[in-house]
Design a protein around this ligand. Sequence first.
Ligand code: SF4
Length: 375
Amino acid sequence: MRDEIEFWSTGDLTRLRKLATKWFSENGRNLPWRLTSDPYAIWVSEIMLQQTQVATVIPYFHRFLESFPNVVTLATAALDDVYRLWAGLGYYRRARQMHEAAKVVKEEHAGVFPTDFQNVHGLPGIGRYTAGAILSFSVDQRQPIVEANTQRLYARLLHLKQETSSKAGQAHLWSFAEQVLPKRKGSGSINQALMEIGSQVCLPKNPLCLICPLSDLCPTFKSGSQATIPVPKRPKEFTDLREVALVIQDKKGRILMRRCAAEERWAGLWDFPRFDVTPCRTAASEAAHAATQFRARFGQSILIGRKIHELKHSVTRYRILLQGYEAEIDSSARARWNVDVETVWSDAEELSSLALSSSGKRLWNWVSRNRGDSV
Ligand code: SF4
């Protein structure tokens, strides 16, 4: 056996398609987005399924389509209504980009979801995989797809020695993804079948090779190297940051929240005013730095009180220690609010219904349970 298989023979590819299709017809799950050929509905499911489990997505998918049954209803909805239906799925950027993409479809494609690869790929939030999935599942276009499950499956079917995320590894995987597609009809079914085998059989740890329909064709199974293919990723290198989040209450007990601007990490979502204090060496200097930053951003002086809570979270390659401090506006220093920053004073009920950043939501959950306590 060669160390790495560059190409499969036509005969083996034909066999792979037959075996995968037969297995899928007998074992494929009956998921709601597999019962439609509407590219809009398939797009919604694909975006929701990014970083989210199937079982979690199903009720969200139904609710979303009930409220926004087509791309025009989504395009004309208020972004906050879209966020409300997304609440709990996380990664709100996906919802915001869907909303933006729906507007593009409405304005540039007369409200009809495009079926041309370049136009679909050009929409906000739609990458190569998602465009291929939408078009192969909805209109059976011959579009290759590589996502987490097929990536692992193809790496094993190719006995791939490179890291899957490397340039060479990706080129190899996409080339194979194209080879496995039939020349004429049936690309959508083959893509679905191979994704399902990847997700239900070719598991990351302990793949179910003994019941795998493709085991006779799989060099990784034959060489017993399932534990080392795909090649394990090098561990991520993290940068540690410290941030201060200000829980500012007014005399009525309402809390000041701000909407994150378009260029920020949680664009469009609400959050406590927060500032990076990584360079500060002491708690006093952190508080002073946050107060200075607050004045510069919001135009107001504040009085910072106790540290009430801290929590850890990670965003991409950053490991962040978020520290919540109580604070109030210094009413003795009369100044104008900076109107360029979108803010709202919210009571507990209003605040619970806002679309918050994930770490902001964790801090709010703690504050709402423990108002008056400290760390
Ligand atoms: Fe994956 Fe095993 Fe099937 Fe190969 S035989 S594709 S390693 S489940």
